[in-house]
Structure formats: structure tokens, C-alpha cells
Design a protein around this ligand. Structure first.
Ligand SMILES: N[C@@H](CCC[C@H](N)C(=O)O)C(=O)O
Length: 292
């Protein structure tokens, strides 16, 4: 008789996730199993998977257990591991609150990109302390079909290349990953953001995510875009002593990004749980047979 594994489905500005609560890290979630669960036709479907584990129970987070009880073991939809997921961490916090693991207010979440502070407000919006952006030097050109643009490197724990474009449609259908010059610029892959201006401190973007494809939102990407836009606009909060806020519109909704005078970045947006159910373990076991 098959046993069953609980899952939930949620999204943050339509960046959607399969959520698998596994507090004691008892499940073997291979890359093939994650990719199958995230498959939109043969699985549950999602841009990524949030494996909910106690920090103390996971080898990648044990060292953070004194700072954060819970570890977001984030996986991209293709089964690969990424350091951070900004929309994911809001959905993760929302799940913890809904499951009764945490209350309203402040909590800390361990990620492979470090411990993130999260605030859940009364209206349900969630603000995440995303840390500081790193701006690695280096000229990079990103190309899609017959369009090319200079791109700015921004690291939000995970890598981003931000290109300001005249028209978001010029990024094409994004069915395949953009290419780069130099071709070796991102040996570990990169998330690529295409950005247009909408008004003062207001931009819109599309994103091609490493390990996923085009998604309807990317939280770390929105932070990278806000910082790149601020520097392009001559705004550095560490110089002026005043925080800088950008509204970032994505196909799936709006994220509000503030860079404080100490250059710490805060991201505010929604998190939604849409369903919960059970995964058939016979199906999961069968995947291992079909795709050893
Ligand atoms: N959608 C996420 C980013 C997920 C990780 C990314 N695909 C990577 O490989 O770095 C977000 O909301 O930040």
C-alpha cells in the first residue's frame, strides 16, 4: 500500500512553487524527483520547489540552526539548487505561519544565501531583508535573437545580469536562454532581467531564470533591477544617507524594493497558498525506475 507525502502549492507574484514540508529531512528529493514534481503536465507544476526543513536537520543549514529554526531548501524547476529565492522566502514564511510554526511579526529563515529576516504584516504582505547587493565588475553583453544590450552584473546571493532595453518585447519569446559575450561570463549560469522605465523610480521587467526559463516574477531579480536602476540614475543611498525605493512591475505583479542608507535591501510583496494535497509515493518511486 502506498504512503503519501503532503504538499502545498503557492506563489508570490505568480512565481509558483511546490511546497514540501519535511521538518526532519526524512525525504530523499533527488533532482529528478524535483523536476518531475515541478513538471506542469506530468507533475504538480511549479517554477521551483520549497523543501521545508528544520535547519538542525539539514547538513547545508545545521550551522545556522541557532539563528533560524527553519531552512528553505530551495530547488529550481529543473532540479538544480540555487542559493536564494526572494519570492520563495515570502511563500515559505507564509506557509510557516499558516502551519502554526510561527506567529505574525518577525522571523528568521535560513537559506543557502544566509539567514534572511522576514516580517509578516497584518494585511499579509511580507517584507524580507534581502541583504546587500554585490556589483561585480566586468563588461558583459546579453543577446536575444538580433538584439544585444550591455548588462550589469548584480549578485543577490545568486547571480543576475540586468539589461536596460527600449521595449520588453525585444527580449522575444525567451523560450531559450539569452546568450552572452564573453560566452564564458557565467560558468554557473545566470538569471537575466530585461528592464524598461515606467516613471520616476518605477520600472517594469521580464526575467529568464537560471534552471527554470521565463517566469512571471523573480524576487532576487527585482532587487537586482532596483539596485542597477538606482546606480544608473545616480542614486546611492550610502552617499545621500536616504533610502531609495523602486516599484518593480513584473508580469505577475508588483514588488517594492527599498535600499536603505546602509545598503541593506528590503523587498515587500504578497504570498499566496492556493492548494494542498498528497503526493503518491508509488509515483515518486516509479520515477526513479524510469529515470535512474
Ligand atoms: N525566483 C527566484 C529565484 C530562484 C533562483 C534562480 N532561478 C537561480 O537559479 O538563481 C526569486 O524570486 O528570487
Amino acid at each position: 500500500m502506498s504512503t503519501r507525502i503532503a504538499f502545498l502549492k503557492g506563489h508570490g507574484t505568480e512565481n509558483d512553487f511546490v511546497i514540501v514540508p519535511d521538518p526532519e529531512n526524512a525525504l530523499e528529493l533527488s533532482p529528478a524527483a524535483v523536476a518531475a514534481l515541478c513538471d506542469r503536465r506530468a507533475g504538480i507544476g511549479g517554477d521551483g520547489l520549497l523543501h521545508v526543513v528544520r535547519s538542525a536537520a539539514h547538513p547545508d543549514a545545521r550551522h545556522l540552526a541557532s539563528e533560524a529554526e527553519w531552512f528553505m531548501d530551495y530547488r529550481n524547476g529543473d532540479g538544480s539548487i540555487a542559493e536564494m529565492c526572494g519570492n520563495g522566502v515570502r511563500v515559505f514564511a507564509h506557509y510557516l505561519q499558516r502551519a502554526g510554526h510561527v506567529g505574525e511579526g518577525d522571523l528568521a529563515v535560513a537559506t543557502r544565501g544566509g539567514v534572511k529576516s522576514v516580517h509578516i504584516d497584518k494585511e499579509g504582505d511580507i517584507t524580507v531583508g534581502m541583504g546587500k547587493a554585490l556589483l561585480p565588475e566586468g563588461d558583459v553583453t546579453v543577446s536575444v535573437a538580433d538584439h544585444s544590450w550591455p548588462a550589469r552584473n548584480v549578485n543577490m546571493g545568486n547571480p543576475h545580469a540586468v539589461a536596460f532595453v527600449d521595449d520588453l518585447a525585444h527580449a522575444g519569446n525567451l523560450f531559450t536562454a539569452p546568450s552572452f559575450t564573453p560566452a564564458t561570463a557565467y560558468p554557473d549560469g545566470v538569471n537575466v532581467e530585461f528592464v524598461v522605465d515606467r516613471g520616476p523610480r518605477h520600472v517594469a521587467m521580464r526575467v529568464h531564470e537560471r534552471g527554470v526559463g521565463e517566469t512571471r516574477s523573480c524576487g532576487t531579480g527585482a532587487c537586482a533591477v532596483a539596485v542597477a536602476a538606482a546606480r544608473r540614475d545616480g542614486l546611492d543611498p550610502a552617499v545621500t544617507g536616504s533610502p531609495v525605493t523602486y516599484a518593480v512591475d513584473l508580469p505577475g505583479g508588483r514588488l517594492v524594493i527599498t535600499e536603505r542608507a546602509d545598503r541593506e535591501i528590503e523587498m515587500t510583496g504578497p504570498a499566496v497558498i492556493v492548494a494542498e494535497g498528497e503526493i503518491d509515493t508509488d509515483w515518486l518511486a516509479g520515477l526513479e525506475t524510469v529515470n535512474p
